[in-house]
Write a protein that binds this ligand. Structure first.
Ligand code: 13P
Length: 255
């Protein structure tokens, strides 16, 4: 049962969009979504669009966030964006450790943990992304990899930090491939994540929101979201198409 857990459906736009396209998309979301008790909606946009998004979404129940944050607070870090800057643009959430950051930009577990801590220092809710590659899954190493990614954060921040955070399980092999984890595969890893957190606090493990991400579509969302340990989704490609994202949000309403 998901009673008592925050549920969330969020769109990760990745490096897509334009001022005009974002406005069209957000207009469609504002028109198509209605508030649902216990369920939140959010979009994760590239940094330069956050100012426009904060005015387009101001006063609406749709939240927004960034796709990355610096582990540093201020200073000589050319190209970086701090958590306090994100707060100034009304971000509620920030993604940390997305697999594209890990794989394409060399982010390692310790750095992801530092970003998680920086997000919380600035009042942002980090969405910690974890997940294994296809090779790791085929080697039977999914739990080792996901466990290590979780422990890096827990060792730095302590389990209490998970009271105000979200974990997204995003198997790398399912991202942008059209090949989602089956509902059983997703549920099994979500249950493992909750068990791993429960080693440190069962109460916090039971309450933490766990999202699934990786080729979520209107056609598979309902079955994924009704799994007992799946509390919503982090949606890539389908979040750029208003009708698709709205249909996915709708599936979460009844899950
Ligand atoms: P897709 O939904 O495009 O597979 O992307 C998932 C993702 O990476 C969300 O963060």
């Amino acid at each position: 049962m998901k009673v008592g857990r925050r549920r969330l459906v969020a769109g990760n736009w990745k490096m897509n969009g334009s001022l005009a396209a974002n406005e069209r998309l957000l207009d469609a979301l504002k028109a198509g979504l209605k508030p649902v008790a216990g369920l939140e909606f959010a979009v994760f946009a590239p940094f330069p669009y956050l100012a426009a998004i904060s005015s387009l979404l101001s006063g609406s129940f749709i939240g927004w966030g960034a796709q990355d944050v610096s582990e540093h607070d201020v200073g000589a870090y050319t190209g970086e964006v701090s958590g306090s800057m994100l707060r100034e643009f009304g971000c509620r959430y920030v993604l940390v450790g997305h697999s594209e950051r890990r794989q394409l930009f060399g982010e390692v577990d310790m750095q992801v943990a530092a970003k998680f801590a920086a997000a919380q220092r600035h009042g942002l809710i980090p969405i910690l992304c974890v997940g294994e590659t296809l090779e790791q899954r085929e080697l039977g190493a999914t739990e080792v990899v996901v466990g290590r990614q979780l422990d890096a954060v827990l060792d730095l921040t302590g389990i209490v930090a998970l009271k105000n955070a979200v974990v997204a399980y995003e198997p790398v092999w399912a991202i942008g491939t059209g090949k989602n984890a089956s509902p059983d595969q997703a549920q099994a890893v979500h249950a493992f994540i909750r068990e791993r957190l429960a080693l440190r606090s069962k109460e916090i493990a039971d309450a933490v929101t766990l999202l699934y991400g990786g080729s979520v579509k209107a056609s598979n969302a309902a079955e994924l979201f009704t799994q007992p340990d799946v509390d919503g989704g982090l949606i890539g490609g389908a979040s750029l198409i208003a009708d698709d994202f709205l249909a996915i949000c709708k599936s979460a309403e009844n899950a």
